[in-house]
Design a protein around this ligand. Structure first.
Ligand code: UDX
Length: 422
């Protein structure tokens, strides 16, 4: 961006320049509606609508291609078309295209330069198809032509929701199996590897976890649920809703496991939470499972010592403030301690829990950490990145999602475990 800025990349808040554009990408936020009809499920389209009205006002002549880049409900383009048409001008025309964004956080630039596919949906009349070709040629500058898929508008809009829903569904599926693994002695990593080796299924997005987070999955699945309800397809809506319910359950299950393992109470105990971001290599905390788990532990009276390489204390407090009940909110200042390293977080703690899969957590000196912790020391791996056998050898009581509970093998802990299981 630094190289291009001022040459062929300009930033402005002046909407008049829209009148000179050949192509306009509408890339505004479409958050889940937090009020009124569809509250908690439907996408809030007020920013899209306001963009459409501004475009209609500012583009006074010639042909303009308007592209929906934001993730929108199916047939949103029909609403944009209606708004654009309601400001008629003699020498002006529009094509509306859908070009959803598939890039993921942390790998955004890689995904942009080397996308699996670029999807462009357009109206199927002559002008729409011509506009589609214009946008195809834009991407063809760096994306192989066979990876640029063209469809009708509705297919493109639905495909974005469908892709995110199916990715989220894979995670919920493997998370549901992680509970079966724990109950039977199967190992979820081994099950994922065996399942993913089937080339029809593939190995990606089969990593069990404390649940998916991020700004897209929950929002888009709920949006799909709402769409299905609006289309009077309750069975389909319920089917996709289960993906979210399973995700919520997995988070709850993890917290309950922590509490149960620590003798049914965490009240007044110091617990180190390693990772607050919704995934590694980003400071984004939106819908992060850590927020839910931390709020549940705070409700139970735990003292949380939290470390994340990228997330600030202010952000953590903001998130926890929203997630906690009024009673617990008043305790955040006292019961949440921001730490500058994993080691600092674990110092004096009864337990640590890995909640984001940051690379640095894999290679920490867990023996030194163990020595500084209260005994018995508990390790909870919500991301399946630690060597649980090694941790048990050090003396930790280890709970890893989708694995059998490993009790400490070191002598000094035996006393506590005998007590715990008695
Ligand atoms: C996602 C989609 O991948 C992307 O295509 C879309 O454009 C936006 O939404 P993103 O939210 O950035 O991208 O992250 P992603 O890598 O998909 O991970 C989402 C969540 O699922 C994270 O919390 C991650 O930790 C979790 N996850 C992912 C798992 O729990 N297990 C997995 O196997 C993969």
């Amino acid at each position: 961006m630094k190289q291009c800025r001022g040459k062929n990349l300009f930033f402005t808040t002046d909407c008049d320049i829209l009148g000179t554009a050949d192509i306009i990408f509408v890339s505004v936020n479409t958050p889940t509606k937090m009020y009124g009809v569809g509250k908690g499920r439907a996408a809030d389209l007020k920013y899209i609508e306001s963009c459409a009205r501004t475009i209609a006002e500012k583009c006074t002549n010639g042909h303009t291609i308007v592209i929906e880049k934001s993730t929108v409900p199916v047939r949103c383009s029909a609403a944009i078309r209606k708004i654009l048409n309601s400001y008629p001008k003699p020498n002006r025309s529009f094509s509306i295209l859908s070009n959803p964004e598939f890039l993921a956080e942390g790998t955004a630039i890689k995904d942009l330069f080397n996308p699996d596919r670029v999807l462009i949906g357009s109206e199927q009349d002559e002008l729409g198809l011509k506009s589609c070709e214009t946008v195809v040629s834009l991407y063809a500058n760096w994306v192989p032509r066979e990876r640029i898929l063209t469809t009708n508008l509705w297919s493109s809009e639905l495909s974005k929701l469908a892709a995110n829903a199916m990715l989220a569904q894979r995670i919920s599926s493997v998370n549901s199996l992680s509970a079966v693994c724990e109950a039977t002695g199967a190992n979820v990593d081994e099950v994922s590897r065996a399942v993913g080796a089937d080339s029809r299924l593939g190995s990606k997005f089969l990593k069990a976890s404390v649940g998916f987070g991020g700004s897209c999955f929950q929002k888009d699945v709920l949006n799909l649920v709402y769409l299905c309800e609006s289309l009077n397809l309750p069975e389909v809506a319920e089917y996709w809703h289960q993906v979210i319910k399973m995700n919520d359950w997995q988070r709850q299950r993890f917290t309950e496991k922590m509490i149960k393992t620590m003798f049914d109470t965490v009240s007044g105990k110091n617990i180190a939470l390693l990772g607050f971001a919704f995934k590694k290599d980003t400071g984004d905390t939106r819908e992060s499972s850590t927020i839910t788990i931390a709020a549940q532990l705070l409700e139970e009276g735990a003292v949380l010592k939290i470390y994340d390489p990228k997330v600030t204390l202010a952000q953590m407090k903001l998130d926890l403030d929203m997630a906690c009940s009024e009673r617990t909110r008043a305790l955040i200042e006292k019961n949440v301690v921001y730490c500058k390293s994993a080691f600092e977080a674990c110092d004096g703690a009864h337990a640590f829990a890995v909640l984001t899969e940051w690379d640095e957590f894999v290679s920490l000196d867990y023996k030194a950490i163990y020595d500084k912790m209260q005994k018995p020391a508990f390790a909870f791996d919500g991301r399946l990145i630690l060597n649980n056998k090694k941790l048990a050898d050090i003396g930790f009581d280890v709970y890893t999602i989708g694995h059998s509970h490993l009790k400490a093998t070191a002598k000094e802990s035996e006393f506590f475990f005998n007590q715990a299981t008695a």
